[in-house]
Design a protein around this ligand. Structure first.
Ligand code: ZN
Ligand code: ZN
Length: 462
């Protein structure tokens, strides 16, 4: 019924009003062109995952990826393309096997968490003690854990904003250190994921000064199988071998590329993602897509003519295993006049919300961005802008910025697994990302008004 009234109302409008729509202005035109046909982002994701593949931080593969990135960014026409070196303590995977010895002997799948210590080469055999949360492990007396293999479960669910990762992520980040302090011989967790593939999800664990022991993740089907065994028997014994190691300090680095602006006094814009990936997959959604999205948007703006503000694109090194790249960049550049930052590191599914952090004086710019995102189906949302692991430090230091939040419903089906591969990227949704970034960046880069800084904000601890 309502539709009919709408049609009736439209038909009653005087014709000149319908035809009076202004020609699309600059950001809208660039937005619509990228939405219809951007190929820059897809080509970066396809070529990087094909020609380099996995690129674990600090390894020779990450170094090859940096050289690849320099070549690609120069070929795309960016200015001042260069690498800024950093060093990091580099961790590499070793052997990883596990099996239930008794009472239900069978192999299970396991992968080491980033930063894991090692078992002896022949592995360890011990009784498994299970906890359904990290809080239950924290509350357990040390004698319940000492000499055992600790297993910690959780109930992370898929959701659009991906917030379950922050909350349930404590299991991966902290359970190994907690178990170690209570005398465990190894700690294994239910993967921080939402799929039922037989793929374990790796990811960094934090030791906080505790000497690392073997720490691994089981795929969800294997974790649930172990839970069933623990319900049937008080004496489940497992043999596990994990032999990753730290190989000492090696090189990492950030790859920088600029779109030079006309007005150096107007401040600069930083956008980025990370070039490194975990070693299990080819890092298509984490984070070839992120660097591809921001790069394609910056290139689109560059092609349309020189913007007022310099846009710097940064492909960070070592986001996954400790953040040496972002720390080095912030330490070197913290006195730069950065007036806007944005990070893309949550896959390539469509952007559904815009969360901004501008000073009150810049509300008109904020409003113009929201209006340009509106036709892409992007909600303007409340909340604090975060950027991410690579650029969050700038937000905390008082730079304005914005998050273009992607749909995270299926992100944790693939995140940090062997399944993070090109076929998981939907070209249409990738283009919607590029269109959103193009609209936002062209408005910020060319805003005629001054972009004001904000008061510094303390880092939030999880
Ligand atoms: Zn990651
Ligand atoms: Zn990432």
């Amino acid at each position: 019924m309502k539709k009919m009234f709408d049609r009736l109302a439209l038909s009653l409008l005087p014709l000149p009003l319908l035809m009076a729509a202004a020609p699309p202005s600059y950001p809208e035109k660039l937005r619509d062109e990228t939405l219809a046909g951007d190929a820059v982002a897809w080509d970066i994701v396809e070529d990087l995952t094909t020609e380099i593949g996995p690129r674990l931080a600090g390894t020779e593969a990450e170094a090859r990826a940096r050289q690849w990135a320099v070549k690609r960014l120069k070929a795309l026409g960016f200015h001042n393309v260069h690498i800024e070196d950093a060093t990091m303590a580099t961790w590499v995977r070793g052997a990883e096997t596990a099996e239930i010895v008794s009472p239900f002997p069978q192999p299970i799948v396991v992968t080491a968490l980033g930063g894991s210590g090692a078992t002896p080469p022949e592995g360890v055999t011990a009784q498994v003690v299970g906890f359904d949360s990290i809080d239950a492990l924290r509350a357990a007396p040390a004698e319940a854990v000492r000499g055992k293999i600790v297993f910690v479960s959780h109930a992370m669910q898929p959701n659009q904003d991906g917030s379950g990762y922050g909350y349930y992520g404590a299991v991966r980040r902290s359970a190994p250190a907690v178990g170690t302090q209570k005398g465990a011989v190894a700690v294994i967790i239910r993967s921080l994921g939402t799929d039922y593939h037989r793929n374990p999800h790796t990811g960094l664990t934090s030791w906080n000064g505790v000497a690392p022991i073997a720490a691994g993740a089981l795929p969800i089907p294997d974790a649930e199988n172990l839970e069933r065994m623990l319900k049937r028997s008080r004496n489940v014994t497992m043999h596990i071998t994990l032999t990753p190691r730290f190989v000492g300090n090696t090189a990492t680095g950030n790859v920088i590329a600029d779109v030079p602006g006309t007005d150096p006094d107007a401040g600069m814009i930083l956008v980025g993602g990370h070039l490194d990936s975990w070693d299990l997959g080819t890092g298509a959604i984490d984070d070839a897509s992120g660097v591809a999205i921001v790069t394609a948007a910056a290139k689109k703006i560059m092609e349309a003519g020189r913007p007022r503000r310099t846009i710097r694109v940064i492909w960070f090194g070592d986001e996954e295993t400790g953040g040496a790249g972002s720390r080095a960049y912030f330490a070197t550049h913290k006195t730069d006049n950065v007036v806007f930052v944005g990070e893309s590191d949550f896959g390539a599914d469509r952007v559904w919300r815009y969360v901004s952090g501008f000073a009150p004086a810049n509300k008109p710019l904020d409003d113009r961005i929201a209006a340009a995102l509106f036709p892409l189906g992007i909600n303007r949302d409340k909340g604090e802008v975060e950027a991410g692991a690579d650029l969050g430090a700038w937000i905390h230091a008082g730079s304005p910025g914005a998050d273009l939040g992607q749909d995270g419903t299926r992100y944790f089906d693939y995140h940090h697994t062997p399944d993070d591969t090109l076929d998981k990227v939907d070209p249409k949704q990738l283009r919607q990302n590029v269109a959103a970034w193009t609209a936002m960046l062209s408005l910020v880069a060319n805003a005629p008004e001054k972009i004001e800084k904000l008061p510094p904000r303390p880092e939030r601890r999880q």
